[in-house]
Design a binder for this molecule. Structure first.
Ligand code: SAM
Length: 155
């Protein structure tokens, strides 16, 4: 699995626990300090270090270097303004049948409010439309937390 936005490792820990025992998480974050914390969290939870690869850097610099169709799932929780570009990269990274998941797909209820025109809200809105019209994706928008968009790559 691959992740954009390691943060302090909350989502990463859930992903690691949900994977098979030999599954590996590759997670990218701009902030090396966040990843230091995530590493401590993973190790304290008993996850062996060979099961995660933390890469510090901008997602749009790092994602193009990851393996084509090398991932069963890509989880995105980085910069909302870049969500459309993350989708383009994730479409290349996820294998056919794999799933791309975006957190904050309702973006604090701003997405459904046409009065909200800031760049982040607009980018999340555009992402939803990009996914809706892509015939190679089967998508579901789940109203859990701040909204979770899950899209399966069909071909
Ligand atoms: C909401 S937090 C992620 C929380 C994390 N998923 C968790 O559950 O702990 C967003 C993270 O995205 C990172 N981030 C923001 N812009 C980024 C970018 N352009 N490239 C990579 N990471 C970025 C931030 O440093 C931050 O750690």
């Amino acid at each position: 699995m691959a992740e954009v936005g390691t943060g302090t490792g909350v989502s990463g820990l859930w992903l690691l626990r949900g994977m098979s025992a030999d599954g590996v998480l590759t997670s990218v974050d701009l902030e090396a300090e966040h990843q230091r914390h995530a590493r401590e969290v993973f190790l304290a939870a008993g996850i062996p270090s060979q099961r995660f690869r933390l890469i510090a850097g901008s997602a749009l610099d790092v994602m193009p270097r990851l393996t084509d169709a090398g991932y069963d799932l890509v989880f995105v929780d980085g910069d909302k303004a870049e969500y459309g570009e993350y989708l383009e990269q994730a479409l290349r990274l996820v294998r056919p049948g794999g799933v791309i998941v975006f957190d904050n797909a309702l973006w604090h209820d701003r997405v459904a409010d046409p009065a909200q025109r800031d760049a982040e809200t607009q980018a999340v809105r555009d992402l939803l439309e990009q996914v809706r019209v892509d015939e190679d994706l089967r998508a579901a928008l789940l109203p859990v937390g701040d909204g979770l968009l899950a899209a399966q790559r069909l071909a």
